[in-house]
Design a protein around this ligand. Structure first.
Ligand code: PMP
Length: 397
C-alpha cells in the first residue's frame, strides 16, 4: 500500500516551485548578503525580495520581519527578549495549550521570578475571555497566545485577547506557526506586537522562520537573544540562511495565490472524512468539533484503541499521535488533558492533518484503513477495556 501523508501540522512537503527557487542559492549564488561585492549584492536582493513576499502574506511591512531559524527560536526570542527589558511588569499571560516552545521558556521565566498565568480552555479548546480579562492586568508585560492549536486546530480569539492586552498596556505575541498558508493572517489588523512563523509548515523549507516585530515601541521593548554581527537590525545576528529565506519567500507567494482555494478544498476533505468515519465507527469522537478550526485538522478519539496501536496497524498512513512534537513522550497530550479529556481517552487520540497534496481518494483509503484497523484491534481487546459510558458525550461530534 502506498504511503499517504496526513501530518501537515507536523510539517509540509516543500512545494516544487520552492525547491526550484532555492536551487541557485544552493549552488552558484553562494554569496553572503553582507558582502559588498556583486555576488553579495545579489544574495541581499534575493533576501529582500523574500522579505517583501513574507510581509505581503502576513500583512505587515518588510522592515518588521526578522528572519530566524523557525518558530521555536522566534518564540524563545520574544519571551526572553521582552521580559529582559520589563523592569516593572513581572507577569506573563499565556494558555494551557501552548506548544512547548512557549511553555518551556515560560517555565524558565517562572523560575526566574516572573508570575506566569496559563489560561484554561473549555472542552472545545477555546480560551475563556472572562478568565483572560481577569488575568491580564497592569503588571502584565506580555500576553502570548497561539493562533491555532497544533493538535486540535482550534483558532484562538486573537483580536479580543490582543485588545485586552493593549487595554492594560501589555504587549501581545501570537505564535502563528499553524496559521501560515492555512488561514489569512494580518499582523496589522490583528494588532500584534510580535508573531512567530516557520516556513516548513507552509510548504517551505525547514530551519527558517520569522519573528514579526512591530516598528516603534514593540521594537524598543525587545532585546536580542544572540549577540554578534548586526544582521536583522542587530535583533538576530548571524549570516542569513539565503536558500532557506528565498524558499520561504516563494512559499509565501504561493500561499497568497492558493490560500482561498486550498482552504475550501482541504476543508471539504476534512468534512467528508469526519462524516464518513463517524458513519462507519459510531464510537468515534471528533475533538473540538464545535470550535472554529483550521480547515485540514481533525483530532479523533476512538475509545478503547490506543493511538500507538492504531498507528502500528496502518504503518503506511502518516498521521500524528496527538502532536508530533511530543512523540516519544510517555504521557498523553497536555492539550487534550487541558480540554478535560480523561487520560484513557487522550491516549486513544490521533491527529490527522490534510494538506495540499491530498485527494478524495486519500480520504476514502484513510477511512477504510482506520475502520479495518479499529475492528481488528477491538476484536483482540478484553471486554472491560471498553469506553467509560459516563464520559461518552462530553466530547461533541
Ligand atoms: N508553535 C506551534 C503551534 C507549532 O505547531 C510548532 C511546530 N510544531 C512550533 C511552534 C515550533 O515550530 P518549529 O519546530 O518550526 O520551530
Amino acid at each position: 500500500m502506498n504511503e499517504i501523508y496526513l501530518d501537515h501540522n507536523a510539517t509540509t512537503p516543500c512545494a516544487p516551485e520552492v525547491i526550484e527557487a532555492m536551487l541557485p542559492y544552493l549552488s552558484r549564488e553562494y554569496g553572503n548578503p553582507s558582502s559588498l561585492h556583486r555576488m553579495g549584492r545579489r544574495a541581499l536582493i534575493a533576501c529582500d525580495c523574500a522579505r517583501d513576499l513574507v510581509a505581503q502574506l502576513i500583512g505587515c511591512s518588510s522592515d518588521e520581519i526578522v528572519f530566524t531559524s523557525g518558530a521555536t527560536e522566534s518564540n524563545n526570542m520574544v519571551l526572553a527578549g521582552v521580559t529582559a527589558l520589563a523592569t516593572k511588569r513581572k507577569k506573563v499571560v499565556t494558555t494551557m495549550v501552548e506548544h512547548k516552545s512557549i511553555s518551556e521558556p515560560c517555565r524558565a521565566l517562572a523560575t526566574g521570578g516572573f508570575e506566569v498565568v496559563q489560561l484554561p480552555v473549555d472542552d472545545n479548546c477555546v480560551v475563556d475571555l472572562g478568565v483572560a480579562a481577569n488575568a491580564i492586568d497592569e503588571n502584565t508585560a506580555i500576553v502570548s497566545v497561539q493562533g491555532a492549536n497544533n493538535e486540535v486546530g482550534v483558532l484562538a480569539p486573537l483580536k479580543e485577547l490582543a485588545a485586552m492586552a493593549h487595554a492594560k498596556g501589555a504587549l501581545f505575541h501570537c505564535d502563528g506557526a499553524q496559521l501560515l498558508s492555512k488561514v489569512p493572517v494580518s499582523c496589522d489588523d490583528a494588532g500584534f506586537e510580535y508573531a512567530s512563523f516557520s516556513a516548513h509548515k507552509a510548504y517551505g523549507p525547514k530551519g527558517v522562520g520569522i519573528l514579526f516585530v512591530r516598528k516603534g515601541t514593540a521594537r524598543a521593548a525587545i532585546e536580542p537573544l544572540l549577540r554578534g554581527g548586526g544582521q536583522e537590525g542587530a535583533l538576530r545576528p548571524g549570516t542569513l540562511n539565503v536558500p532557506g529565506i528565498v524558499g520561504f519567500g516563494e512559499a509565501c507567494r504561493l500561499a497568497r495565490q492558493k490560500l482561498a482555494e486550498d482552504g475550501e478544498r482541504i476543508g471539504g476533505l476534512r468534512s467528508s472524512f469526519e462524516e464518513a468515519i463517524a458513519r462507519i465507527l459510531p464510537s468515534v469522537r471528533i475533538n473540538a468539533s464545535h470550535a472554529e478550526r483550521l480547515p485540514g485538522t481533525t483530532s479523533l478519539t476512538i475509545p478503547g484503541i490506543p493511538a500507538t496501536m492504531l498507528m502500528a496497524n496502518m504503518p503506511y498512513l502518516c498521521i500524528g499521535d496527538g502532536s508530533a512534537c511530543n512523540s516519544g513522550a510517555p504521557e498523553p497530550s497536555h492539550v487534550l488533558l487541558a480540554m478535560g479529556i480523561p487520560w484513557e481517552y487522550a491516549e486513544c487520540t490521533v491527529r490527522i492533518s490534510f494538506g495540499r497534496g491530498n485527494s478524495p481518494s486519500d480520504v476514502d483509503a484513510t477511512v477504510r484503513s482506520i475502520a479495518r484497523a479499529a475492528e481488528r484491534i477491538l476484536s483482540l481487546m478484553p471486554e472491560n477495556s471498553m469506553p467509560n459510558p459516563e464520559y461518552v458525550g462530553r466530547v461533541q461530534l
